[in-house]
Design a protein around this ligand. Structure first.
Ligand code: SNW
Length: 278
């Protein structure tokens, strides 16, 4: 009797599998209903997953209690709220910059938000929302001898892998000796222990590090207004892109964008095009 029961067991399992299969086929037939439940084409319709950075303050950074904050983070949370997502439904994960766009392209995150500049090259692998930030690429250094791009000749210049700074330096700062880092914090350590003479990063992050380390100075600013930062999304996810754009324009029109800009980038001029229109 016992033997028969044991023998029977796998068949019972197979039957259960067959039933489950039949159900999943039925569910497959109901695809339109599923699309309606997930109109933004998210990985999991209940949350928005966002790849960001822990060391790009004041754009995106990790706080002492392990949360993410900064201009890009607060702007995205505001936008997500307009799309019906509560704060708890937006899941931020810190990554190295070079992994962010590949992670969106291969379906690990719905969005990447970390002052990511829009370029045609990047648009070959991911899509971007409309721009929400435009500024400078900045050289930060304790070396008073570096006051312009020419002064970088023969100097060891840090860049974070995959950034526009890396691309710009490879093309235009050919006299400098480029040293590639995975993130800003390791480059700043390199700067403080003398491994590199300067670090090349985004203007507001440079300003922030210069406030934290008295000898580090903002030395050279290169305009990057032709590559405004946007939210990165999977290529072809037009529903999400259009929803983000609509919410972003609302945030610009009602003054939210301006308030966040003043909070995180005090004293930095704002482009007319992002300010409320009368
Ligand atoms: O192109 C600029 C933009 O004009 C604004 O100043 C914000 O930063 C940029 O998007 C450039 N940011 C770099 C990039 O996209 C580095 C981003 C990062 O370190 N998080 O490669």
């Amino acid at each position: 009797m016992q033997f028969i029961e044991a023998f029977n067991f796998p068949f019972a399992r197979m039957r259960a599998t067959a039933i489950a299969l039949a159900f999943s086929v039925l569910a497959g037939a109901a695809t339109p209903a599923l699309a309606q439940d997930n109109p933004l084409g998210l990985i999991d319709s209940a949350v928005i997953s966002v790849g960001t950075m822990g060391d790009a303050k004041p754009y995106a950074f990790t706080t002492a209690d392990g949360n993410f904050s900064g201009f890009d983070i607060e702007l995205f949370l505001n936008i997500a709220e307009r799309l019906g997502f509560k704060k708890e439904q937006v899941i931020f994960t810190g990554q190295e910059f070079s992994a962010l766009m590949p992670s969106v392209a291969n379906g690990r995150f719905d969005v990447a938000a970390a002052a990511i500049g829009t370029t045609d090259k990047r648009k070959q692998t991911v899509d971007f929302s409309d721009g929400y930030l435009a500024g400078f690429l900045t050289v930060l250094t304790p070396d008073a001898g570096i006051t312009d791009a020419a002064g970088l000749k023969g100097k060891r210049l840090g860049v974070v892998q995959g950034t526009l700074q890396e691309i710009y330096a490879e093309k235009n700062l050919t006299g400098a000796d480029l040293v590639k880092f995975p993130d800003n914090n390791s480059a700043i350590s390199g700067l403080n222990n003398g491994t590199v003479d300067a670090h090349f990063l985004d203007y507001e992050a440079a300003k922030d590090y210069s406030a934290r380390y008295a000898d580090l100075k903002v030395a050279v600013n290169i305009p990057s207004f032709d590559a405004p930062a946007g939210f990165v999304i999977r290529k072809g996810n037009d529903a999400l892109r259009e929803a983000l754009n609509k919410a972003l324009h609302e945030a610009m029109q009602d003054g939210t964008w301006k308030t966040l800009h003043e909070k995180w980038f005090p004293g930095t001029p704002m482009p007319e095009s992002y300010l409320p229109k009368q």
